[in-house]
Design a protein around this ligand. Structure first.
Ligand code: GDP
Length: 529
């Protein structure tokens, strides 16, 4: 077998996302890793929640107002001879569908925990999602500059509540006002913390060995004794790091630090580049494609409209699975079976966009979308296979949407269809009347849609109550049966944004009855693109 010409490029890449409960410190840690990547001159410009600075990863007005991350941004930065891609996940609970799809595009996750609080609800939920693909997890216990809970108890909580073994890599020395730093168990050295250095990369002060007299001098003999005692306990009670278990998603290396004080973040990054997997392959309908397959392939996990109001464009985020992207190359849009030349893919350097010359497996490229790209689409080098595993979820909340000015019906429909292609919302057009129904997984999506329709499509829309309780996509292998169903159930059928046939049920009982009545029709709660 010939060696893949891109193997050096592949092996230096790491593509990950951060999972955490709101306020645990995801944004702060993002700033600091970018600082290490030196992608930003000075940390503190990712999200200007308080200072009013404009955020680099916040594209939308909405986000600035609410101080939440509605969009998914992509950042690439170099770290220690590696190239790291960080995919930001939307912070709000309502956007779980978007978050889910982003997590299908990464190879590992960083779990950030507020060490004063421990495991919180959203972390629990996101961990469930990562479990579906056994994604390797690195853990960062944050906010050590505050009074935190007992570290041993925190590890215990992660183990029992999230069902993953913990292997501490560093161990904290004190916390809050008396936080002195961490002892790096693998390197047998203490790294000392200095306050007030959060905006910089601090000069590292290390003390080798646990019995070094310098240790007591630096942290005080009480804390030094306490550290030695705790470590004896920890080594007995917790797990040793095991790379195989880590890669199987069964064990997480744990780091302690403070994102705000920019302390410990580099230890975590060292662990990420050393242990987290290089770009992994992916399943298709006909078998799997590995990252070292020689020709280009990738899939779209996210579409974002009007990211930059000045450009008024739509960008499809494509994760490269194998091969190399080169400016000007021809790609096959597998769903359409059409070859297109791509001269203007984008890369995402710390949220800024720049034209891209080349990219490799693990990277995310932004493709300009003129309405032909959908979430889940596959791009190849002339092959017709399609990647699997990027679902849409049936919405649980429904409203009828209506215009204040009825002359703008066309604009409204265009806006809704584009927003549904992004996965921001789902839109249904009943076969039997001219209603437009908006379906969402979370309540906040409704507000976002109306705000964006106004800002981006210049239409004023309002919602009305509608008697819909659930929706299912419908299929049948038997075209005749489907036709008959289409006629008989027309009152309950609609087309979604991608023209897929959908059953709109006023009640769960109604859905059940229809399922019983039409056994040849398949009703599904998720739809693969
Ligand atoms: P996100 O919601 O997870 O993105 O959290 P943020 O990064 O916005 O942080 C939430 C709040 O916690 C902000 O006020 C941060 O300044 C603060 N914060 C983040 N990391 C630390 C830390 O290490 N120590 C302390 N004391 N505060 C922190």
């Amino acid at each position: 077998m010939t060696k893949n010409p891109f193997s050096a490029e592949i092996s230096k890449r790491r593509t990950f996302a951060i999972i955490s409960h709101p306020d645990a410190g995801k944004t702060t840690i993002t700033e600091k890793v970018l600082l290490f990547g030196q992608a930003l001159q000075r940390a503190g410009t990712v999200k200007g929640k308080k200072s009013g600075q404009h955020a680099k990863s916040d594209w939308m007005e909405m986000e600035k107002e609410r101080g939440i991350s509605v969009t998914t941004s992509v950042m690439q930065f170099p770290y220690s001879n590696h190239l790291v891609n960080l995919l930001d996940t939307p912070g709000h609970e309502d956007f779980s569908e978007d978050t889910y799809r982003t997590l299908t595009a990464v190879d590992s996750c960083l779990m950030v925990i507020d060490a004063a609080k421990g495991v919180e609800a959203r972390t629990r939920k996101l961990m469930e999602v990562t479990r579906l693909r056994d994604t390797p997890i690195i853990t960062f216990m944050n906010k050590l500059d505050r009074d935190i809970r007992d570290p041993m108890e925190l590890l215990d909580e992660v183990e029992t509540e999230l069902n993953i073994a913990c292997a501490p890599i560093t161990w904290p020395i004190g916390c809050g006002k008396s936080f002195k730093g961490v002892y790096h168990i693998h390197r047998d050295e203490t790294v000392l913390y200095a306050t007030g250095q959060g905006h910089t990369i601090q000069p590292v002060r290390k003390i080798k060995g646990l019995d070094n007299p310098e240790l007591a001098k630096a942290v005080g003999s009480d804390l030094a004794d306490q550290l030695r005692e705790e470590l004896e306990l920890v080594v007995g009670a917790s797990h040793e790091f095991d790379e195989e278990l880590f890669l199987a998603g069964e064990l997480t290396p744990v780091f302690f630090g403070t994102a705000l004080g920019n302390f410990g973040v580099d230890h975590m990054l060292d662990g990420l580049v050393e242990w987290a997997p290089a770009p992994l392959g992916r399943e298709t309908e006909e078998g799997s494609i590995t990252a070292d397959a020689p020709t280009f392939s990738g899939f779209v996990f996210k579409i974002q409209a009007n990211m930059d109001p000045k450009h008024r464009d739509r960008i499809a985020f494509c994760r490269i699975v194998s091969g190399k992207y080169e400016k000007g190359m021809k790609m096959r849009h597998a769903r359409l079976g059409k070859d297109i030349r791509i001269a203007d893919a984008l890369t995402f350097l710390a949220g800024d966009r720049a034209l891209l010359e080349e990219a490799y497996a693990g990277d995310i490229i932004g493709l300009h979308n003129h309405g032909t790209i959908r979430i889940g689409d596959t791009f190849t080098n002339g092959d017709n296979f399609r990647f699997t595993g990027i679902p849409n979820f049936a919405p649980e909340l429904f409203k009828r949407i209506r215009l204040k000015d009825p002359l703008k019906q066309k604009q409204l429909l265009k806006g809704l269809i584009q927003l549904s292609e992004e996965g921001a919302v789902q839109v249904f057009r009943p076969l039997a009347n001219n209603d437009l129904i908006v379906g969402a997984v979370g309540v906040l999506q409704f507000d976002v849609v109306v705000a964006r329709l106004k800002a981006e499509y210049n239409v004023d829309a309002i919602y009305e109550h509608i008697n819909v309780s659930t929706a299912r996509w419908v299929y049948s292998k038997d075209a005749k049966k489907l036709d008959e169903f289409r006629r008989k159930a027309e009152q309950n059928l609609a087309l979604d944004g991608g023209d897929n046939l959908t059953y709109i049920a006023p009640t769960m009982v109604n859905l059940q009855l229809s399922q019983e009545r039409y056994p040849d029709i398949e009703f599904t709660q998720t739809r693969e693109h």
